[in-house]
Ligand binder design. Structure first.
Ligand code: ZN
Ligand code: ZN
Length: 133
């Protein structure tokens, strides 16, 4: 019993951590945040829980950036800007795609489209500034 309670406390903490940031963290980042609070937490535990949250739609994966899978607690479709220099990921408040675009995508895929990801890559303001110095 004690074991399960401890287990779900970590699970809750992982989800809280995900929801308290907009940095689109990797499992490693979440692990570093929680390590001081749960000294016995393992990176594997963080990975397993993130995979579970992803599977049940609580969070989404936005793909691999710089070799690490990155996660987002915001699951509604929205656009991302990924800096290929420093790996930062930010949300872009772009308007959602027209439903006709999704219909067209479904037609081309010969299936039904239920979600999409829109990602832009480039160099963020901070990295551009550092480069020009
Ligand atoms: Zn950058
Ligand atoms: Zn996002």
């Amino acid at each position: 019993m004690e074991h399960t309670r401890k287990h779900s406390r970590k699970r809750d903490a992982i989800l809280d951590c995900m929801r308290s940031t907009t940095c689109h963290p990797s499992a490693e980042w979440v692990y570093q945040q929680l390590k001081p609070v749960f000294p016995d937490i393992s990176l594997g535990t963080v990975y397993r829980n993130l995979a579970m949250f992803k599977a049940n739609g609580t969070i989404q994966s936005i793909g691999v950036v710089g070799g690490l899978e990155r996660y987002d607690a915001e699951v509604a479709p929205h656009a991302h800007f990924i800096c290929t220099c420093c790996g930062s990921v930010t949300d872009l408040p772009l308007a959602a795609l027209e439903p006709t675009v999704l219909e067209e995508a479904g037609r081309l895929a010969h299936g039904t489209v239920s979600s999409y990801q829109l990602q832009f890559t480039g160099c963020c303001a901070r990295c551009s500034e550092e480069k020009s110095q």
